[in-house]
Design a protein around this ligand. Structure first.
Ligand code: COA
Ligand code: MG
Length: 286
């Protein structure tokens, strides 16, 4: 699973944005056929994404294509248009049941067999962003093909009839439900978009909060959001140094027969060691 601190969307019909995105050093690039693409541009988006997959070198960035929701009527044409050009993964939005994932998994596996690609080599990421999706999360998240769950804040707000506020308190329950479902199934959890893309301070605060909740990354919609989000989802030098000290001192304390010990006046025991190891793991993406 690649590190996905920042997942950048652009409308699939916008060739200029796609070519720009590959110069940004962003972890994941998600060319969209769903809500970012106008209804009368769906066909153009399919063709443009296919061309991009065929012709462009995405470098280290992961190349993803987001199809329309299962049941929208567009999803089959979307996936058929892009899959032969081997994206790294397919993003399915508004997933509400295990069957929605199964639908895509079957088509993808058929393509993997047809083209001689390794089975399970095309990744599946899903958007869970409706009341039904959150209710069925336990079942959905257990699907063996999944890599990541993306939580869509704006769609979820609409789905439950909430009002979106700056501190996003109305989304807290669902965001935590997604983080827990992901942790239980070893999936990445990708947080909401900050739609006010000019407000970098708000982006920084929201990103740091998402990272503290346990998200591994965040969706973004503008090049200016890449750097602040990558920084927020990468442990800083202080956190890395602290984690290293825990790992180093833990072993010595175990040898002394102490499960718990004191470091700088704070108690350290097994869960803190595991957390420190996770910090060091995440720091490798830097
Ligand atoms: N990906 C790649 N490049 C992008 C981009 C994106 N998501 N958003 C903007 N850019 C580019 C612009 O093309 C422009 O390039 P240029 O300087 O070479 O001309 C540059 O970044 C600056 O863009 P700016 O003028 O500040 O923004 P804009 O007014 O052109 O676009 C949005 C603003 C919000 C319409 C645009 O950022 C966008 O469409 N974002 C993605 C929306 C989306 O996909 N939504 C669905 C998923 S939630
Ligand atoms: Mg959405």
């Amino acid at each position: 699973m690649p590190s996905r601190r920042a997942l950048l969307y652009m409308p699939g019909d916008k060739w200029k944005m796609i070519t720009k995105s590959i110069s940004l050093g962003v972890d994941s690039i998600c060319m969209d056929m769903e809500d970012g693409t106008a209804v009368n541009k769906k066909a153009e988006a399919r063709a443009t994404i296919a061309k991009a997959l065929k012709e462009l070198d995405f470098g280290k960035s992961e190349k993803l294509a987001r199809i329309n929701a299962v049941g929208s009527g567009w999803e089959k044409d979307d996936i058929d248009a892009v899959l032969p050009f081997r994206p790294d993964g397919i993003v399915i939005p508004k997933v509400e049941s295990l069957e929605h994932v199964d639908w895509a998994a079957e088509i993808i596996e058929t393509a993997e067999l047809k083209y001689g690609w390794r089975i399970n080599s095309i990744r599946i990421l899903i958007g869970v962003e409706t009341a039904k999706g959150i209710l069925n999360l336990k079942e959905i998240a257990s699907h063996p093909r999944l890599d990541a769950i993306i939580f869509g804040g704006e769609d979820f707000t609409t789905s439950i009839g909430a009002t979106r506020t700056k501190d996003a308190v109305e989304l807290l329950y669902a965001r935590q439900a997604v983080v827990v479902a992901c942790a239980a199934n070893d999936l990445q959890a990708i947080d909401i978009v900050t739609i006010d893309y000019r407000d970098i301070e708000a982006l920084r605060i929201e990103s740091e909060f998402g990272a503290r909740l346990g998200f591994s990354g965040k969706q973004i919609i503008h090049p200016a959001q890449v750097e602040p989000v990558q920084t927020a989802f990468t442990p800083n030098d202080e956190a890395i140094a602290h984690a290293k000290r825990i790992v180093e001192t833990f072993e010595a304390s175990q040898k002394e027969g102490k499960g718990a010990y004191s470091l700088d006046g704070k108690m350290i025991d097994m869960p803190l060691l595991k957390n420190a190891q996770k910090v060091l793991e995440r720091a490798k993406a830097k």
